[in-house]
Design a protein around this ligand. Structure first.
Ligand code: BG6
Length: 510
């Protein structure tokens, strides 16, 4: 698919996401030659500044956050960066914004293509989309009367998470977007889908024959998906206190991993086929009964450590806040492939180690023919196989299996095959946003979420978020220590379903 040049219009030019991620990512794509030469960026925010002032402001951020920095490339890329001051929630701003988009688009040769990126506070998504619509800036599909009437240009929009705050607000946002843009022009971004190992799950499962036949409830005992962070909430309380770990990480990022791990084989690697399989996974999630929620969910909030405040003591956290900084869910699917196999999802701040991984734990062999040998437990002595897909900090896939220890005696021990993506492929890690924005420029929605998927994902977690979750939240203040693996209730949760969390440090030799 061809990457079309376009004006990337970033609403929220002075925000953190723009400085830390979007511009460094675009710079990386520019340096890698993946960004069309005519493409350009137009940042908008309220404060007045010139193109040059914005470029100067961005330079240190790019230096710090891009994989590489060199003056010459930056100088060239900076010529593609522009700035336009406006209040994006006021209709009065749009004639001026429209002119500016046309002007920079013409200057670089973008043929009327516009890719909007909502990198603003979520409460501004709807007013901005409505303004774009009223200003008649979306000419693709429904109304062909282009910004540049001589060309059949496209206009697309990338919407950052959080996509709504619950099932109802997500549905409303989808309706507002749907009034302005076709579904094919809406790109609900999740940077986890830009991660190599996450995409690698599809290759692992569907480009091989040896794993797929055993990828089901008959052979797999349980699946764990972890996104553990050592950082705390710090200065993000204004956002986080209204969100929490389920909204911030689980409903969005971890569900993306879940769909890739659990989906049926799509007929084709295409947006339509992959996305429809993801929707089916979300549809199959069982919603627990209101009076049994604690069998499926454990929540926590980190306490203080030394002179470091706990979450509850941070500035900006509401008095008596029950927002979870840790969440663990046990999810079950009502379908033939996964009936009875629990999917344990957990994510938390200030945990023992940064670790993002998927652990597939297989059932032990049906019979233990080695049971009479000395040193081997005659009961369930064989260690079950395990596949670990490590997404961060390393990018690797490891397969653990049992082996005979060389020697006269027949003894068993575990071996682990370890494939490190960097060692093997020698590719430089790039910011996940870059390739995703390039996908949006070429009209490839495979790695973006469909509206049904987003709405379904909210429906699946609502019992753990709305008033039904009050019991789960009672007394969570300080129920886990910074540097630990979360509250005791999380261990009890997986134990109830016959499992234990994998907290092994992959970096350690086994
Ligand atoms: C963001 C969350 O979406 O993802 C943050 O808002 C979180 O709270 C971050 O820290 C984690 O991303 P990554 O790529 O570091 O795992």
């Amino acid at each position: 698919m061809q990457v079309d040049s376009c004006v990337l219009v970033i609403f929220g030019a002075s925000g953190d996401l723009t400085r830390r991620k979007l511009i460094p990512a675009m710079f990386e794509m520019f340096c890698a030659g993946l960004l069309p030469r005519e493409a350009c960026v137009l940042g908008t925010a309220r404060r007045a500044k010139s193109d040059d002032e914005w470029r100067e402001e961005l330079e240190p951020w790019v230096r710090e956050h891009a994989a590489h920095f060199d003056e010459a490339s930056w100088h060239k890329f900076a010529q593609h960066i522009h700035y336009h001051a406006c209040d994006a929630t006021s209709d009065d701003s749009y004639p001026g914004l429209r002119d500016r988009i046309e002007e920079v688009g013409k200057r670089h040769g973008c043929s009327g293509n516009v890719l909007f990126f909502l990198s603003v506070a979520p409460n501004l998504y709807e007013p901005i989309v409505e303004c774009i619509d009223r200003a008649g800036m979306v000419t693709e599909g429904k109304r062909w009367c282009s910004i540049d009437p001589s060309s059949r240009s496209w206009q697309r929009i990338i919407v950052e998470k959080p996509f709504g705050t619950d099932a109802a607000t997500a549905a409303t946002l989808n309706r507002v977007l749907g009034r302005a843009f076709e579904e094919e022009a809406i790109y609900r971004i999740d940077h986890y889908l830009g991660k190599e190992v996450v995409q690698g799950i599809l290759a692992f499962r569907f480009a091989n024959t040896i794993f797929e036949p055993i990828w089901n409830q008959r052979y797999i005992d349980n699946i764990q998906i972890t996104a553990a962070e050592t950082v705390g909430v710090e200065d993000r309380t204004a956002f986080y206190d209204g969100a929490g770990a389920i909204r911030d990480m689980i409903q969005s990022h971890l569900f993306q991993i879940l769909t890739f791990v659990a989906m049926e084989p799509p007929t084709l690697y295409s947006a339509a086929h992959v996305r429809s399989e993801k929707i089916k996974v979300i549809d199959a999630l069982r919603i627990p009964q209101d009076d049994r929620l604690e069998e499926y969910c454990a929540l926590g909030q980190y306490g203080p450590e030394g002179d470091q405040p706990g979450y509850a003591e941070l500035e900006g956290v509401a008095e008596g806040s029950t927002t979870e900084t840790y969440a663990a869910l046990a999810l079950f699917m009502d379908n033939w492939r996964w009936a009875g196999t629990p999917f344990f999802l957990r994510s938390g701040k200030r945990l023992a180690r940064k670790s993002t991984e998927v652990v597939i734990s297989f059932r032990p062999p049906a019979a233990n023919l080695f049971r009479k040998l000395p040193g081997i437990d005659g009961g369930n002595g064989l260690i079950p196989n395990r596949i670990v897909m490590e997404i961060a900090p390393r990018e690797s896939i490891r397969v653990r299996f049992e082996s005979k220890v060389p020697g006269l005696e027949f003894k068993l021990d575990s071996l682990e095959m370890d494939s490190d993506f960097h060692e093997r492929f020698k590719v430089e890690e790039v910011e996940a946003y870059g390739p995703l924005i390039i996908d949006a420029m070429r009209g490839d929605q495979t790695l973006f979420k469909h509206r049904y998927e987003v709405e379904g994902a909210w429906a699946a977690v609502m019992p753990f978020l709305d008033e039904r979750s009050a019991g789960l939240r009672a007394g969570i203040r300080g129920n886990y220590a910074p540097g630990s693996w979360g509250p005791a209730s999380s261990d009890a949760l997986v134990a109830r379903h016959g499992a234990a969390w994998n907290n092994e440090n992959a970096a350690q030799p086994h």
